[in-house]
Ligand binder design. Structure first.
Ligand code: GDP
Ligand code: ZN
Length: 458
C-alpha cells in the first residue's frame, strides 16, 4: 500500500518545553533531509537512532531551530512506515515554523487520527485498538484514559481472540462429528459444545456488564445540578472542578483539547448537561412546570439537588423533589457553615434511599464527601478493579450483544438436540460477530481456518 507522507504536531500545542513533530511515510527521511543539517544525512543513518542538528530554510540556509531527530524505519514503527520525529522547542511559534518547513518540503498535514488509521491499514493494530486510540484522544479523565490504554495495548482484542478460539474449537468438533458420525460421538459432542458455548456466553456477559461503566467513562456521567437561585450551585461546581483537566498522551499523532463541560470527580467525568438550559436550573420548575422538568431531568444519569441549610424548605424545593422523584439523586445540603433552618427529616422523607451530604462551598467543606457519594453511584457498590477490561464502544457493545444472542440460540439448539450442523450456524455467527469487533474480515474460508489450527483425529 503506497501512501503519501504525512506530518503533524504530536504533542499538545503551546505547552511544555519540547514539542514533537511526527512525519510518517515512505518519503519522510528524504523530506526532512532537505531541511536538516547534521553530521550525517538522515537517509544514511541506522534505524531507531537519534541525531542532533539544525533545521534550515533550504533556499536561504537560515537556521530555524536546533533539533533532535529520531529516525525509525519501517516496519518497526507505529504506522509501519518510515517515521521521523523532530523534537524542537515547545513554543508555539517555533513549532509552527518547523511544521511549515516540513510541509513545504513535501509532506502533507495529517488528518486527525491519520497515523492511527495507517497503523490499522498496515495491520499494526486491529480495529478495536484503533478505536481505543480514538477514545484515548478523547478521554476526559485519567481513569477513562487507563481504560482506553488497556484497549490500545490489546487487552480487549486478546479477550475477543480467546473467545473466538473457543468457538473455533467447538466448530472443529462439529466437523469431526459430521465426518465421522459414530453414534456415541454425539453425547460427547453435545456436552463439549454446551460447555464451550456456556463459557463464551459467560465471558461476553462479563464484558457487557462493564459496558455501562465503560460508556460513562467514555462519554461522562450526564449530570444536572438543580436548585433554587443562590443555594450555591455555581460555587459547588467550582469546588468540584479540578486542575488536572488536560491530560497529555504520547500516542502517535494525538493531542487533546480541554473540554470545559466536564468535571472530573475521582476519575469519573461528569458531563454537565445543558438541555434547554438545565445545566444550572435555577428556576426550571417554575418556568416550565414539574412535568416538563421531570422529562428533562430524566435525560440525566445523575441529578444533584442543592438545598440551603440556612433556609426552610420552600414550594420550589418541593417542586424539584417532585420532578426528581425516583431518579438517581444526590442531595446536597449547602451552606452548612450557617445556622440550620432546613428540616432534614422532611428531606429524608422524600429521599429515604438517596445519599445526602452536607457541604459548605464557601469553606470548601464536605466536598470530599460529595465526591465520594458520586463515585459510589458510578461504581454502584462494586469494588474498583484497576485492570478490568471495559467495553465502552457502542459498536463493540452492539456486536457483543448480538454474539451473546447467537450463543443463546446455539445453547437452545444443543439442549433441544438439534442437528449439530444447525447449531454450527449460530456458533459461526457468534464467531463472525466477535471478529467484527477486532475488524477481522469474515470472508476467510472457515473450514481452512479450522483445519489449519487443528489436526483432525487429534
Ligand atoms: P447559585 O445561584 O445556586 O449558583 O449560587 P451561587 O453559587 O452563585 O452562590 C450564591 C451565593 O451564596 C454566593 O454569594 C456564594 O458566595 C454564597 N455561597 C455559596 N455557597 C455557600 C456556602 O456554603 N456557605 C455560605 N455561607 N455561602 C455560600
Ligand atoms: Zn449559579
Amino acid at each position: 500500500m503506497e501512501m503519501d507522507t504525512i506530518a503533524a504536531v504530536a504533542t499538545p500545542m503551546g505547552e511544555g518545553g519540547i514539542a514533537v513533530i511526527r512525519v510518517s511515510g515512505s518519503e519522510s527521511l528524504e523530506i526532512v533531509d532537505k531541511i536538516f543539517r547534521g553530521k550525517q544525512q538522515l537517509s544514511t543513518v541506522d534505524t531507531h537512532t537519534i541525531h542532533y542538528g539544525k533545521l534550515v530554510e533550504p533556499d536561504k540556509n537560515e537556521v530555524v531551530e536546533e533539533v533532535l531527530v529520531s529516525v525509525m524505519r519501517a516496519p518497526r514503527t507505529f504506522t509501519r512506515e518510515d517515521v521521523v520525529e523532530v523534537n524542537c522547542h515547545g513554543g508555539l511559534v517555533s513549532v509552527q515554523r518547523v511544521l511549515e518547513l516540513i510541509l513545504s518540503s513535501g509532506a502533507r498535514l495529517a488528518e486527525p487520527g491519520e497515523f492511527t488509521k495507517r497503523a490499522f491499514l498496515h495491520g499494526r493494530i486491529d480495529l478495536s485498538q484503533a478505536e481505543a486510540v480514538m477514545d484515548l484522544i478523547r478521554s476526559k479523565t485519567d481513569r477513562a484514559m487507563k481504560v482506553a490504554l488497556s484497549q490500545v495495548e490489546g487487552k480487549l482484542s486478546r479477550l475477543i481472540r480467546d473467545l473466538r478460539q473457543l468457538l473455533i474449537e467447538a466448530m472443529a468438533h462439529i466437523e469431526v462429528t459430521l465426518d465421522y458420525p459414530e453414534h456415541d460421538v454425539e453425547d460427547f459432542t453435545q456436552n463439549l459444545l454446551r460447555n464451550k458455548c456456556l463459557e463464551v456466553k459467560k465471558e461476553i456477559g462479563v464484558l457487557l456488564r462493564t459496558a455501562n461503566q465503560g460508556k460513562i467513562l467514555r462519554e461522562g456521567l450526564s449530570t444536572a445540578i438543580v436548585g433554587r437561585p443562590n443555594v450555591g450551585k455555581s460555587s459547588l461546581l467550582n469546588s468540584l472542578v479540578q486542575e488536572e483537566k488536560a491530560i497529555v498522551t504520547d500516542v502517535a499523532g494525538t493531542t487533546r483539547d480541554v473540554i470545559e463541560e466536564y468535571v472530573n470527580v475521582r476519575g469519573v467525568p461528569l458531563r454537565l448537561i445543558d438541555t434547554a438550559g438545565i445545566r444550572e436550573t435555577e428556576d426550571i420548575v417554575e418556568r416550565i412546570g414539574v412535568e416538563k422538568s421531570r422529562k428533562l431531568l430524566q435525560q440525566a444519569d445523575l441529578i444533584l439537588i442543592v438545598l440551603n441549610y440556612n433556609e426552610e424548605l420552600q414550594a420550589d424545593d418541593y417542586a424539584i423533589f417532585e420532578a426528581a422523584k425516583g431518579l438517581p439523586v444526590v442531595l446536597i445540603i449547602n451552606k452548612f457553615d450557617l445556622p440550620q433552618k432546613i428540616d432534614l427529616e422532611e428531606v429524608k422523607k422524600h429521599f429515604p434511599d438517596q445519599p445526602l451530604v452536607m457541604t459548605s462551598a464557601l469553606q470548601e467543606r464536605g466536598i470530599d464527601l460529595l465526591e465520594e457519594a458520586i463515585a459510589k453511584i458510578f461504581f454502584s457498590g462494586r469494588v474498583e478493579q484497576g485492570d478490568m477490561t471495559y467495553v465502552s464502544n457502542a459498536r463493540h457493545i452492539h456486536l457483543l450483544k448480538q454474539a451473546a444472542a447467537a450463543m443463546d440460540e446455539a445453547l437452545v439448539g444443543i439442549d433441544d438436540h438439534m442437528p449439530v450442523d444447525m447449531v454450527q450456524i449460530d456458533i459461526k455467527k457468534a464467531w463472525e460477530l466477535l471478529g467484527e469487533v477486532i475488524g477481522e474480515s469474515v470472508g476467510d474460508d472457515l473450514i481452512d481456518q479450522i483445519f489449519s489450527q487443528f489436526c483432525l483425529g487429534k
